[in-house]
Design a protein. Structure first.
Length: 239
């Protein structure tokens, strides 16, 4: 059987990495080499990409969708440690100083990732000073975001944490373009239960806060979807 990739298959693999920040100035041949070593995988909303019970040293490059990284406390509460947006990386990769520890990674919506092995990360990424520097910067930002999230969990009210989570998810969405007009209100495809888990509260409390924001004209609520009507006021509510 001929295993040679067709032009369409090559293009699809390269598409997975296109517009990912750490690869922004690579040549076509460099992109093709990385794409060949990073097959695409798809996950549906709610699926687990990584869990401590099934550890594997791989690097995920997120192309589409959003991923929640969280840990579960001894009393069963989930604490979100990061929300990963398209164009960045996550996973268990000791070479990069990137550890999942006891964290889980869950797809918040339909997600496409490219997956790289330990050997390929060393061969293709760490030997390129441009990529290595960008990866270091990403991991530094993620640590700062984790510290901010932990601080929010201590010092912010539940309503402020929900507003903060919504503004974070909104700002992570793609910029306006031909398929996403400027005037369109951003929408977040999450249930109240999912948003409550992100904000570290109960579903009942989350629903109460969302209805309060909706009554004030900041949001419009629908089943499994939240539309942000006034982002500036929502940012003010985040504190």
């Amino acid at each position: 059987m001929d295993h040679t990739a067709t032009g369409d298959e090559e293009a699809e693999r390269t598409w997975c990495l296109a517009e990912v920040d750490i690869f922004c100035d690579l040549s076509e041949s460099e992109m093709e080499a990385i794409a060949a070593a990073a097959p695409m995988k798809t996950y549906q909303a709610g699926e687990i990409l990584y869990s401590p019970s099934q550890p594997s040293e791989v690097l995920f490059i997120l192309k589409k969708g959003q991923v929640r990284v969280f840990r579960v406390s001894a009393d069963g509460r989930a604490l979100t440690t990061a929300i990963i947006s398209p164009g960045t990386i996550f996973g268990e990769m000791v070479l990069l100083g990137q550890h999942m520890y006891d964290n889980y990674a869950e797809a918040l919506d339909d997600t496409i990732v490219c997956v790289m092995s330990h050997a390929d990360v060393h061969r293709l990424l760490l030997t390129d000073a441009r990529i290595a520097a960008r990866i270091t910067a990403i991991l530094g930002r993620r640590l700062a975001e984790l510290e901010q999230r932990l601080s929010d969990s201590v010092f912010k009210t539940v309503a402020q944490r929900i507003a903060t989570t919504l503004t974070t998810l909104t700002s992570a969405q793609p910029a306006a373009g031909p398929l996403r007009p400027v005037g369109r209100h951003p929408q977040i495809a999450l249930t109240h239960e999912q948003l409550a888990a992100l904000a570290g509260t109960s579903r009942e409390t989350c629903t109460k806060v969302l209805h309060d924001y909706a009554d004030r004209g900041l949001l419009r609520l629908a089943r499994g979807r939240i539309t942000v009507l006034d982002l500036n006021q929502l940012k003010d509510a985040a504190g």
